[in-house]
Write a protein that binds this ligand. Structure first.
Ligand SMILES: [Zn+2]
Ligand SMILES: [Zn+2]
Length: 237
């Protein structure tokens, strides 16, 4: 099989995605129905204009997520076997339509890299290639974190022409919430009850000055829920 044919097969849209799109648009009692329809349309427009239509259509889901991120690209197949799913975090819809559009474009670069590029490793998922593509498409993304540093005037104009204004919020009366980092530290205790906090994953070797016991991770704290974003837990309840 030639590489061209392989690429063509990889970029084929699975039928499920057409069904989901129709469903999203038709689900009028779903508060994000209108936004989902707009984001799907923007995806196709950016795909045509920036990726020469090479990307398969992605499945775009919307809803509250960890406050630490604007959205994400789900690598591989998700829990219902769908691939190329992009999630947009509705908790950040207090940002401008234009900014949310840039988030979609950011996730589209991940789709592109997974199909045609060189995906960065775990600690450098946003690699140099990612930043270079972002630069070509009109925004500056930081290597490493992937954080958007700057958006060019022409990309703003382009998004505005596609109906995503830099002056209108994605959801008009929603407060803009800052990106917050999750709690990265975990607690260690000694038998006399003193506590210290250390970076997650760090194997602490320290002795308590009071009881001379070694600091240990208490059993009840070894679950990963210390990193749970409480606001999401409440929203999900
Ligand atoms: Zn990213
Ligand atoms: Zn102690």
């Amino acid at each position: 099989m030639t590489e061209a044919i392989q690429r063509d097969m990889r970029s084929r849209t699975e039928p499920l995605i057409h069904a989901v799109r129709a469903h999203e648009q038709g689900a009028k009692s779903w508060s994000f129905s209108g936004i989902a329809a707009r984001m799907n349309r923007l995806y196709d427009q950016l795909n045509n204009d920036f990726f020469r239509g090479k990307l398969p259509k992605a499945l775009i889901s919307i809803g509250p997520d960890l406050i630490m991120r604007y959205g994400y690209y789900h690598v591989g197949r998700d829990g219902i076997g769908a691939k190329h799913r992009i999630h947009l975090n509705s908790r950040h819809f207090g940002r401008s339509e234009s900014d949310v559009g840039v988030t979609l474009l950011h996730e589209m670069i991940h789709v592109y890299q997974h199909l045609f590029g060189n995906v960065g490793h775990r600690h450098r998922y946003h690699n140099r290639e990612f930043a270079d593509i972002a630069g070509t498409l009109g925004f500056e993304a930081q290597v490493g974190t992937g954080v958007t540093k700057q958006v060019s005037g022409w990309l703003r104009t382009k998004l505005d022409q596609l109906g995503f204004s830099a002056f209108e919020k994605m959801i008009p009366d929603q407060q803009a919430e800052p990106i917050r980092k999750p709690l990265r530290k975990v607690m260690w205790k000694c038998i006399c009850g003193q506590e210290v906090w250390a970076e997650r994953g760090y194997a602490l070797e320290a002795v308590c000055k009071v009881c001379h016991g070694a600091f240990e991770r208490p059993d009840e704290l070894t679950e990963p829920d210390e990193e749970i974003d409480l606001a999401v837990a409440q929203a999900a309840a």
